[in-house]
Design a protein around this ligand. Sequence first.
Ligand SMILES: NC(=O)c1ccc[n+]([C@@H]2O[C@H](COP(=O)([O-])OP(=O)(O)OC[C@H]3O[C@@H](n4cnc5c(N)ncnc54)[C@H](OP(=O)(O)O)[C@@H]3O)[C@@H](O)[C@H]2O)c1
Length: 370
Amino acid sequence: MRPLNIVLFGVGNVGSTLIRQILADKQHFHEAGIDLKIPVIANSRLAFFEKENLHSSWETDLGSFGFPYELEDILKYVKDKDYKNLVAVDATASNNFVDNYQRLVEAGFHIVAANKVANSLPFEVYKNFRETLKEHKKQFLYETNVGAGLPIIQTLQGLHQAGEKITRVRGVFSGSLSYIFNTFSEEDKTFAEVLDEAQLKGFTEPDPRVDLSGKDVGRKLLILARELNLRKDLSEVQIQDLVPAHLNGTTSLAHFRKNQEHLNPDFQELKKSLKEDEVLRHVGELDLVKQELQVKLVKEKKASAFGNLKHADASFEIYTESYGEQPIVIQGAGAGAAVTARGVLSDLIKLAQNLKNEDSTQKTEQRLSL
Ligand SMILES: NC(=O)c1ccc[n+]([C@@H]2O[C@H](COP(=O)([O-])OP(=O)(O)OC[C@H]3O[C@@H](n4cnc5c(N)ncnc54)[C@H](OP(=O)(O)O)[C@@H]3O)[C@@H](O)[C@H]2O)c1
C-alpha cells in the first residue's frame, strides 16, 4: 500500500468535499494500492494535526483542537513524523497562498492546486517555479484550474505531447456567464433580472462584476495557452468587460446593485439583433496560429455545441490538424464543489501512480547496475 500524505490547505466548499470523498471512497483507493492520508488540515487561521486517521468529526476537531499556525510549524511537524510522499493541496481561495509553493517544494512536497493563481502569475515567475519543481523532482498538478472536473488540461497536454498541431481552442469557460446568457437568450427577462436570478442561485461571485469583467475567463485562457507553450501574460489577453465604466469595480457594490438596470438597454439591443437561429454566448478563444487570446460575447448558432448549452454548463472545442473542421468537444458542469473535489482527487491518484512508476523504474535501474 502506497501512502500519500496530504496536507490540505483550505476546507471551504472544495476542501471539505474533498475530505468527504476521500473518507467515503477509502476502500476503493485501498483496492488500487493507494492509501490517502490527511495528517494536516488548515484554513486561513487554524491548523489541525491528526494523530491517527482523519475521520468524519474533522470539522469539530479543527474548531476545537486547531491552533493558529505558521507554515514552518507544519513543515516541522511532517519532518519530525518523517512522512513520505507529501503533497500540499491548495484548495484555498487566496491570492497569496501561492507565495508558499516554493518553500513547500523545497521541503519535499508535491503540489496539487484547485487555486489557479500560480498558473496565471507573470510568465517569468511561472517559468521559475517550473525550474524549482524540476530541480527538486516534484510534481505540480492542477487539472481543476480550467473546467473544474472536466478533463481539459490533460486532453490538451496529451494531444500536445503526441505532436498533434492544435490550431484553436474555444470555450464557454464560466458557469455563471453560461447560466446568464443561456437564460437571457431564451427567456423574456431583462438582463438585470437574469443577473439577480443567477446570484440567488449561487452561480455568481458575491460581486457579479467579478464574473462580468471576464478576468477569470481570461486567466483560464492564459493557463491553456501556456500549456501549449505560448509565452503570454494576462495583460496580453483581450478581454471584453461587460460592465460599463460608470458601474465598474471602482464604485461600490451597493451602487452597482442600485443601478444595474442601466445594463438593460444595451443587452436588450444586442438580443434584438439576434437572428431567429442565434443566441448569445460568452466565450474565450485561443487562436494558436495568430497567437491571440480573446474573451468576448458572441452570437452563436442555436444548433452549435455552444448554442445548445443548458443551465450553467461549460463547453470546450479543441481544433487540431488531424480533427480538421470537427473539433473535439468536452462539455458538462464546469463548476461546483463535488465535480471540482473529484478533479482534485483524480490529480492525487495520478500523482500516487506516477510515484509508484518512479519507484519501480528506480528499482529496475538499481537491479541493472548491480
Ligand atoms: N468552487 C468551484 O466550483 C471551483 C472550481 C474550480 C476551482 N475552484 C478553486 O478552488 C479553490 C477553493 O474554492 P472554494 O469554493 O472551496 O472556496 P471557499 O469555499 O471560499 O474556501 C476557501 C478556503 O480557503 C481557506 N483559505 C483562505 N486563505 C487561506 C490561506 N492563506 N491559508 C490556508 N487556507 C486559506 C479558507 O479559510 P477561512 O475560512 O479561514 O477563510 C477556506 O477554508 C479556489 O481557488 C477556487 O477558485 C473552485
